[in-house]
Write a protein that binds this ligand. Structure first.
Ligand code: PNS
Length: 190
């Protein structure tokens, strides 16, 4: 019997509960699913590709999906899918607003490689508002992301934010210190 392999390409910066939900659904209908992180030099991501890979691998291991693996790729998604002998591209659609972009991408991918099918799946309703971009924004502004991403991801995001805040504070301190220094030296002169 023919085994169906699919890739689930994306940025996953960071991976969310919505991604995990889709991976679970994909793992049930495909014989093999490869979660494929795009290596995109143009983007300025929060997490390195290596970090995102580690998080996704840990999520998949914790969930016990034995037909799911993680990989990275660059270039065209369709070329990568063909290299892997995959027959399908899995993408999630959360709301109508996703549809236009996803349809455009699916049709372009079909034009480039007619043999590949794009399969759309919907995550659970409770994740329909969830995106990596919003997770980054909420975390950067000090909000809780605990129910939005797996615990291990929330921990990594918090670590990133702590480091970022420390750097920001150090910068502020340096600015304050230098302006204090200036005013002090001005006072001395006066
Ligand atoms: O998680 P994202 O950022 O929505 O994923 C977008 C992704 C990685 C699937 C898309 O940008 C992509 O496929 N990029 C690879 C380059 C490519 O194939 N471009 C043509 C797409 S029609």
């Amino acid at each position: 019997m023919k085994r169906i392999k699919a890739i689930y390409p994306g940025s996953f910066d960071p991976p969310t509960n919505g991604h995990l939900d889709l991976i679970e659904r994909g793992s049930k209908i495909f014989d093999e699913l490869v979660v494929a992180i795009l290596r995109n030099p143009e983007k300025d991501p929060l997490f390195s590709v290596a970090d995102r890979r580690k998080m996704l691998e840990a999520m998949i291991m914790t969930a016990g999906f034995d037909n799911v693996s993680v990989d990275t790729f660059d270039g065209l998604t369709v070329d990568y899918a063909l290299r892997l002998d995959a027959q399908a591209i899995l993408r999630g659609i959360r709301a109508i607003s996703d549809y236009e972009y996803e349809l455009q991408m699916a049709l372009m991918n079909r034009k480039l490689q007619p043999a590949l099918e794009t399969v759309f799946m919907m995550p659970a309703e409770k994740y329909s508002y969830l995106s990596s971009r919003l997770v980054r924004e909420v975390a950067q502004l000090g909000g809780s992301i605990d129910c939005l991403v797996p615990d291990l991801v929330a921990q990594k995001v918090r670590e990133k934010m702590d480091v970022a805040h420390k750097f920001a504070n150090r910068g502020e301190f340096a600015v304050n210190a230098s302006s204090e220094g200036k005013s002090r030296s001005r006072k001395k002169k006066a």
